[in-house]
Design a protein around this ligand. Structure first.
Ligand code: UDP
Length: 244
């Protein structure tokens, strides 16, 4: 089906979700748009979407292999994958192994300070408000998720952190931090099952080369450090993937 005639369900900064012929399944299309500082900075970076589609396919599949359900079904072409339709919980859950980015500024920390245990932070997914930090009582009071759901998302996030840290450690890359989004999906047993959604790619992880400390993620764009595609391609190649 030609993208231009598919019905758009949602368009975000880096992805478009289209309807498929099955109401329970959507098509997730990866765009080449790169944004930073709440979309103040924007550029089209040719083939970024393709790299993210392949990298996210690989990482989501590894997470599934480890027994954590995700929305990912299968990649269908260079830019698109089939995903289960979920109701996104409007929380961005960030896991941090070392300090970088917003947390460094917020608490005046030393860049790359190692946390004793991985830190988990929640942010409200609302660009108009600049994605403000949330604590657990905000989440419950605003009815974004209940106590049990928060507990589940935290425990899934820590398991995902272990899985991703192992994958990247094996290819000489350090996972500094990353962002997750979860969604609710109904099945026969559980009307509001929580599964991992969105994408996992260098757009939403900080990935540093272990030896050189070179950044291989979206900070290349945020901080004008060079060619973003070179970094993403390096991640793809080290993961043993090829664009087909
Ligand atoms: N992140 C993201 N989307 C956002 C905000 C952050 O994917 O809207 C990711 C980001 O790439 C990094 C981690 O979450 O890997 C922590 O980001 P941080 O809070 O430091 O914000 P930043 O300074 O990157 O905007």
């Amino acid at each position: 089906m030609n993208s231009s005639i598919k019905k758009i369900v949602y368009e975000g900064k880096a992805k478009i979700l289209y309807c498929s012929s099955d109401p329970k399944i959507l098509i997730q299309h990866f765009k080449d748009d790169a944004t930073a500082n709440n979309a103040e900075k924007h550029a089209i970076i040719k083939s970024k979407g393709i790299l993210n589609n392949f990298i996210s396919e690989y990482l989501m599949s590894k997470i599934e292999d480890n027994g954590i359900e995700t929305h990912f079904i299968k990649r269908i072409n260079q830019r698109e994958q089939l995903i289960k339709k979920v109701e996104i919980i409007p929380i961005e859950l960030v896991v941090r192994n070392k300090a970088s980015g917003s947390i460094v500024k917020r608490y005046n920390l030393k860049e790359s300070l190692e946390f004793t245990d991985p830190l988990i932070e929640f942010f409200l997914k609302d660009d108009n408000l600049g994605d403000p930090l949330l604590n657990e009582t905000h989440i419950i009071e605003f009815k974004l998720a209940n106590y049990e759901e928060i507990k589940l998302m935290k425990s899934l996030a820590l398991k995902i952190n272990n899985i991703l840290q192992n994958i990247f450690r094996n290819i000489g890359i350090e996972l500094i931090d990353f962002k997750l989004e979860f969604g609710r999906v109904g099945d026969d047993k559980n009307k509001d099952k929580i599964i991992l959604a969105d994408e996992i790619s260098p757009d939403n992880c900080r990935l540093w080369d272990k030896k050189t400390r070179k950044k291989l993620d979206k900070d290349i764009f945020r901080k004008n450090l060079g060619n973003l595609i070179d970094g993403y391609q390096e991640v793809l190649t080290r993961l043993g993937l090829k664009l087909i």
